[in-house]
Write a protein that binds this ligand. Structure first.
Ligand code: ADP
Ligand code: MG
Ligand code: ZN
Length: 651
């Protein structure tokens, strides 16, 4: 990890960033003190404190030549014993005297001082003994100058010192550290020589693997490519929803190519200090180029790669980091066999500069897995878990439409945990089905006791969904109905499962599904003449579907094939933004309402015609709390005969 710190020749490795700072301060302080002492010793005469009585005695003995009376202090110099009254007019004569004079001066230079005492006899006495006495005029400095000296100068000196310090530190760090080299000491860049992951561990991403195969080959035989003059793409961008295996794929590329894997997450770049992210990028590329061939992986690159022309939020640090990244990618020797992979689930926010040829020009889409993909992923993860013979992963894959690799891995683990809880040695199909529900709906919440009335309402609501599904064409068969509350908030649910995966949805299918969604509320109204909060999730989903149908799929007579909305971040929540006028939006809202209320009427009609079945199945559900799709269909069909019989007799 720290393989880079040993650059300064014999310098001990990893000099802690703060020690030189302290040493520098101590040394400079010491020098200052020494200098001060020296200067004062050279320029200032010796000083000696005496008592006032001694001073008086000296005065009486005519020993003093000069007296200076300041506030609170009297200082004096003695007459030299040899010279007569020295006065300012007596100039040095010549030759020897000159020397003599100098010598006397040094002798006499001791200054005696004592505290000032308010003595009325002092002045007369001084006059009497003919001592020259003064009182210094208090020195007044120019206020501006004084301010400059006392406030500005020290600050300037400090700043200058710091600047010098930083410069020397930066030099010492080989030019890679920012302020005091923090960027260096904290860099979380790391080499993972063996990722231990290969393409075999990544299932259901065949297209992505195919695109990455070329990169693996390049890392194995770079010469093959350079000989012919082909430039390998420098970077590839893995794009897809969270949990689809982007990070896993990047590791697998390193594993397949058997090269070091440098990885860093985009969010790690964005730190407090400006300049740090940029210095990390520099470090990362420096370390990587020493280890070539290798892979640099930047996870969640959108954290730094956000488009720079966003006027509302500017982030200098992020921009600096991004610029550094861009210039490092450009400066990279393309024959060096360093491949840069990055992952994101928000490709639309990335800066265009990142995506241009020579940078992340390859885009590898890592989609949510399809049926076969899900089954393969389940198989990969099931390998490490003891499974009983009855396990049918195909069925689990069918039940998990829309789940990503991370969900599926989680399901297998939940199933294994449940098997342990149940004291089994193997995972059975029941564990897996329960795990699917745990991941989708949350754990069963056995301690939440519904009142008898609530339980009845929930049961009729759910059977309402199930019946609407069974009574219409173009719907998925019911797999399970339960009124056991779940931790994610549902009080009961109806699980439908497709017989096969399909990728297209027809208008009829969407309308049928909306009808199934609103049928829960329809049952509440029909049987209890009430409306409950339990339908909120149904309503939300129904509205979304109806809206998409009209605004994006062009399935309405009123608007035809006009795109009224578009999806903003399709790999995340898939939120849509309107791109039509306010007036059209109002009409869109009205159309959505009309569509949903039409579906609601249809659901209510269906249930009214089948009230018998609704009551029968609901009572059965209340008793059992959970029924399977088969049990449901048995009662449904049983009743079919009697109903058909009724109809026959009516006619
Ligand atoms: P992403 O980076 O796309 O958000 P990850 O690569 O971190 O997703 O995937 C998280 C986990 O999910 C992986 O460690 C792996 O266990 C599992 N996983 C995801 N996709 C797959 C896949 N295609 N095949 C096998 N396991 C997968
Ligand atoms: Mg990831
Ligand atoms: Zn419902």
């Amino acid at each position: 990890m720290d393989n880079n710190n040993n650059r300064g020749g014999g310098r001990p490795p990893a000099p802690p960033a703060r020690n030189p700072l302290i040493a520098f301060l101590v040394v400079s302080l010491g020098i200052t003190i020494l200098l001060n002492l020296l200067i004062s010793a050279l320029t200032n005469p010796k000083k000696e404190e005496i008592s006032y009585t001694q001073f008086m005695a000296m005065l009486e003995n005519d020993e003093l030549s000069q007296v200076e009376i300041a506030d609170g202090q009297i200082s004096m110099t003695k007459k030299s014993s040899s010279a007569a009254k020295p006065s300012s007019t007596s100039a040095p004569q010549a030759g020897v005297n000159m020397f003599d004079f100098a010598e006397k001066q040094t002798k006499d230079r001791t200054i005696y001082y004592t505290g000032y005492i308010d003595d009325p006899e002092l002045l007369p006495k001084l006059r009497e003994h003919g001592v020259e006495f003064t009182r210094p005029v208090p020195y007044k400095m120019n206020p501006i100058l004084e301010f400059l000296l006392t406030w500005i100068l020290p600050v300037l000196i400090m700043v200058g010192l710091l600047w010098l310090l930083t410069r020397s530190m930066t030099k010492r760090m080989g030019g890679s550290g920012g302020m005091m080299g923090f960027g260096k000491s904290n860099a979380k860049v790391y080499v993972q020589t063996k990722t231990g992951v290969t393409f075999a561990d990544v299932a259901g991403q065949e297209e992505a693997k195919e695109s990455l195969d070329e990169i693996v080959d390049f890392l194995h035989h770079p010469k093959k490519y350079t000989d012919i003059g082909a430039k390998q793409p420098k970077g590839a961008l893995l794009v897809g929803p969270p949990g689809t295996g982007k990070t896993l794929l990047a590791k697998a590329v390193a594993g397949e190519a058997n090269v070091p894997f440098f990885s860093i997450s985009g969010s790690e770049f964005v730190e407090m200090f400006v300049g740090m992210g940029a210095s990390r990028v520099r470090d990362l590329f420096k370390q990587a180029s020493e280890k070539a061939p290798c892979i640099i992986f930047i996870d969640e690159i959108d954290a730094i790669g956000k488009s720079r022309d966003n006027q509302f939020s500017t982030n200098d640090e992020r921009e600096q980091t991004l610029n550094q990244l861009l210039s490092e990618m450009d400066g990279f020797d393309s024959t060096k066999a360093v491949v840069i992979l990055a992952a994101t689930n928000r490709p639309e926010v990335l800066d265009k500069a990142l995506l241009r040829p020579g940078r992340f020009d390859r885009r590898i889409i890592v989609e949510k897995p399809d049926l076969k993909g899900r089954e393969d992923i389940l198989k990969v993860h099931a390998k490490n878990v003891k499974m009983s013979g009855d396990v049918d992963l195909h069925e689990i894959a069918l039940a998990t439409s829309g789940a990503v690799g991370a969900d599926l891995a989680n399901m297998i683990n939940e199933a294994a945990l449940r098997a342990v809880r149940m004291g089994r040695m193997q995972v059975i199909q029941g564990d897996l089905m329960e795990a699917v529900e745990v991941v989708i709906a949350g754990k069963e919440k056995k301690d939440r006791i519904l009142s008898e009335k609530e339980k009845r309402i929930v049961a009729f609501h759910e059977v309402g969904h199930a019946l609407a599904a069974a009574l219409q064409k173009n719907t998925q068969p019911v797999q399970k109905i339960t009124i056991v509350p779940r931790t994610k908030g549902s009080l009961g649910y109806t699980m439908q499962m497709p017989e096969e995966e399909h990728y297209l949805m027809s208008k009829d299918e969407i309308v049928a599904e909306i009808t199934v969604l609103v049928a829960g509320r329809a049952a509440e109204e029909l049987i209890f003449d009430t409306q409950t909060t339990g339908a909120s999730n149904d309503i939300e989903r129904a509205t979304q579907m109806a809206r998409n149908m009209i605004s994006m799929y062009g399935m309405s007579d009123e608007f035809g094939m006009t795109a009224l909305e578009s999806i903003e971040s399709r790999y995340l929540d898939g939120r849509s933004v309107a791109n039509c006028s306010e007036e059209t939006k109002t009409r869109l809202d009205n159309a959505v309402m009309k569509l949903i209320s039409g579906c609601f009427d249809k659901a209510k009609t269906l249930l009214t015609e089948n009230e018998n079945r609704l009551r029968k199945i609901s009572e059965f559900l209340i008793e059992k709390e959970t029924i399977t799709g088969d049990e449901f269909m048995n009662i449904f069909r049983e009743d079919e005969e009697t109903q058909d019989a009724d109809k026959n007799t009516d006619e």
